[in-house]
Design a protein around this ligand. Structure first.
Ligand SMILES: [Zn+2]
Length: 373
């Protein structure tokens, strides 16, 4: 079953052990021996294998840092969130095929999932992995099918239309044989998250299974009544009145925050390809982050060591739906007004072979009122 995919934002790194050395060397060797006219038209061979994910690419190298371990772990997290465990020994094959999508079975200019395989131009495609994990439930009505993938994928879901227009927009999208190109994916994600919050995964999955692509809106009304015990109209009214403007992405801020010590928060964030915690989010861009719990609202002073290569971004972003972002110059000190709560401290740079080894960036946060050491 083919499914189109839609772009989203970057995932969050987690704390996992660094890749064992030797994988990349073995992979490069494999790539060399696999080259040739016949191999050019075939899908690339599996180059990395985790507990839940097998990875293959035409790019000629593996993604940096903990990217693959992160993705492997995300499959388990998504399976748990969907209450849809994989069978013992079952693994998803992930084909990273930038520029070579003609090797995939996907329809033109889209990424897709097919059985236990994902074909993608990008890395970390949670959306497609959701489709793979739910494949045994069959193809649901388009808005619910894509909404489930969006609710657990990277986008999260937000009210992409005026609140008062949401009802008519959702009703239009819940019509039989809705064209995936005509629906709002963020709104689909928000709708499914709203249903999950109110009714739970088991009931929503019953609706998902009974609603098929050709199910029309009047049949859906009956399915809502019998499976959720509430009318579609009432659901839409409640959504209009009570749904939040957006739901945070589910893979944000899930790691534990780094503890404060002696009135200061300090953490080193590596930005070399092999640094622990580094993720290659989009090809050629490396990112690393840590979480900080801000104990009370106020002014905080950030000191950031000057790295030997340009840092593309150094951001302090509040966890949650509408992050308030503070961009900080590297090699500088900045004073930020922060609210109480959890923040991501995030650094990123372009991956560049000529600067493969970069010393970690050291970030320190302390209350502006505190005396510097
Ligand atoms: Zn999809």
């Amino acid at each position: 079953m083919l499914t189109t995919r839609h772009g989203g934002r970057a995932p969050v790194p987690g704390r996992v052990p660094s890749r064992r050395p030797g994988h990349l060397a073995a992979f490069l060797l494999l790539s060399c021996t696999a080259s040739g006219a016949a191999a050019d038209k075939a899908l690339p061979a599996i180059a990395w294998e985790g507990e839940r994910l097998r990875f293959a690419t035409t790019v000629g190298r593996l993604p940096c840092g903990d990217s693959l371990e992160y993705m492997d772990r995300r499959v388990d997290e998504l399976a748990a969130a969907l209450v849809q465990p994989m069978k013992p020994g079952e693994k998803i094959s992930y084909y990273w095929l930038p520029g070579r999508m003609e090797l995939s079975p996907c329809p033109e200019s889209s990424d897709c999932a097919d059985g236990l395989a994902v074909f993608s131009r990008t890395l970390f495609h949670d959306h497609e992995i959701v489709h793979v994990l739910l494949r045994d439930l069959g193809r649901s009505q388009t808005f619910l099918y894509e909404g489930m993938a969006e609710a657990f994928g990277r986008a999260g879901g937000k009210l992409a239309v005026e609140r008062t227009a949401a009802r008519s927009e959702i009703l239009r999208s819940l019509s039989a044989n809705a064209d995936p190109k005509s629906i709002s994916y963020p709104l689909a994600g928000l709708f499914v998250r709203f249903l999950l919050d109110r009714h739970g995964m088991t009931a929503v999955k019953r609706v998902y299974v009974r609603a098929r692509p050709d199910t029309d809106t009047s049949q859906l009304r009956a399915i809502f009544e019998s499976e959720l015990g509430v009318s579609l109209e009432k659901t839409l009214g409640l959504l209009e009145d009570t749904a939040p403007d957006c739901y945070p992405r589910q893979n944000l801020c899930t790691a534990g925050p780094v503890a404060w010590s002696d009135g200061a928060w300090n953490h080193e964030l590596g930005l070399s390809c092999a640094s622990p915690g580094v993720l290659e989010i989009v090809p050629e861009a490396l990112r690393n982050e840590a979480l900080v719990e801000i104990p009370e609202a106020g002014a905080y002073r950030l000191t950031v060591s000057r790295p030997s290569v340009p840092v593309k971004e150094l951001v302090v972003a509040r966890c949650g739906c509408r992050p308030d972002l503070h961009t900080v110059e590297s090699g500088s000190e900045a004073t930020l007004e922060l609210d109480e709560g959890r923040y991501r401290v995030l650094v990123g740079r372009r991956a560049d072979d000529s600067s493969a080894d970069v010393e970690p960036i050291s970030v320190t946060i302390r209350a502006a009122s505190a005396r510097p050491e």
